[in-house]
Design a protein around this ligand. Structure first.
Ligand code: GLU
Length: 339
């Protein structure tokens, strides 16, 4: 999390010492939400949450899901966004979290938009789908990002290692489109909601295109893991000739630590659901959000007690915290409450 100007500015020792007393005083109350690259949708989600919550709130850019879950575990963040696959790995202590072990303090708040695994290629690269990536130069995502985690899992399922590519680059989302356009890589991958700035840039600046991600490796992942599902990207989102895409994907989830103050979590969750229509209007990726899905889909860790309190009050979950088939009160799909 060091490549952002705000954080670099904190490296200016004398200056940060000088302003420390005021900012510390403000920080104690401030809700900080760990997001990802400003070129993606997480940062927009963090901004949208901060716009509906009635508390000082700031979205904090960073490396992405894996970095967020690590920061949550070691207390550097209280609330963050993370992909549902990485969320599961952190909670169960699998994949990239084997060494750290299961994070028993990890808690779920709710899930947000779907994140299709997205393969973007230069048109002159002759790449029609996943299998054509072999021996090519591919940006597989920065360390700490969710897209790198999804890609590594897919590579494993496909029987590939880093050596299967001529070059496996690790640039963050806000730099990968330029790398693609300059011909340094033939393809880039991104697990992300749509539309987003990184993909839009690649298409706008060098007429890149999206291709399907299908085949036996994808079938295996979707069948074997509850956090993967078939996904699609509608045609025309990035211009008239952008085709509809078939791929697989995960969901964005909002997570916290069991140590995160339950009252703050309760207020955040209440503000988001009480203002869901307004929240949904902040980004097209949020347009199809449905409360009933949001409180269960993609959530591997137990619900945070602050979130649970709100869902119980609404009658959306029973005493055991489950969403019953016939809840006392069904979360309205379009949200009954407006600002
Ligand atoms: N899914 C990506 C990650 O976890 C972030 C996508 C976004 O910024 O919207 O790293």
């Amino acid at each position: 999390m060091t490549r952002y100007p705000l954080l670099l500015a904190l490296g200016l020792g004398g200056l940060s010492l000088f302003i420390a007393p005021t900012s510390d005083a403000q920080d104690a109350d401030e809700l900080v939400i760990g997001t990802a690259s400003p070129a993606g949708v997480y940062h927009q989600a963090g901004r949208a949450i901060c716009r509906v919550v009635e508390a000082p709130c700031r979205p904090e850019p960073g490396d992405g899901s894996v970095a967020n879950l690590r920061a949550l575990r070691n207390g550097e963040l209280g609330i963050a966004l993370a992909q549902s696959d990485i969320h599961y790995y952190a909670f169960s202590g699998t994949e990239g979290f084997q060494e750290a072990g299961p994070d028993s303090r990890l808690r779920s708040l709710f899930s947000l938009h779907g994140e299709p695994f997205t393969l973007v290629v230069r048109r002159d690269a002759g790449i029609q789908g996943l299998d054509d990536l072999e021996e090519r130069a591919v940006n597989i995502g920065n360390p700490g990002s969710g897209q790198r985690g999804t890609m590594l899992r897919l590579m494993d399922a496909r029987g590939w290692s880093l050596g299967s590519f001529r070059l496996a680059n690790d640039l963050p989302a806000e730099q990968q489109a330029m790398e693609l356009c300059h011909g340094k890589v033939d393809a880039m991958v991104y697990t992300v909601g749509h539309p987003n700035e990184s993909v839009a840039q690649a298409i706008r600046l060098c007429d890149a295109t999206l291709v399907d991600v299908e085949g036996p490796a994808v079938d295996m992942l979707v069948e074997a893991y509850p956090f993967f599902s078939r996904a699609s990207i509608p045609g025309g989102l990035y211009g008239e000739d952008q085709p509809a895409i078939r791929t697989f994907g995960v969901r964005a989830t909002l997570v916290a630590s069991a140590d995160t103050d339950p009252d703050r979590v309760y207020r955040l969750v209440a503000d988001v659901f009480d203002n869901l229509l307004r929240f949904k209007a902040y980004h097209p990726a949020f347009g199809t959000l449905k409360p009933r899905e949001m409180i269960q889909a993609g959530l591997s860790a137990p619900l945070h007690e602050g979130a649970l309190r709100y869902y119980r009050e609404q009658g959306w979950v029973d005493e055991s915290g489950r969403v019953p088939d016939r809840p006392a009160s069904r979360p309205a799909d379009s949200a009954t409450t407006t600002p």
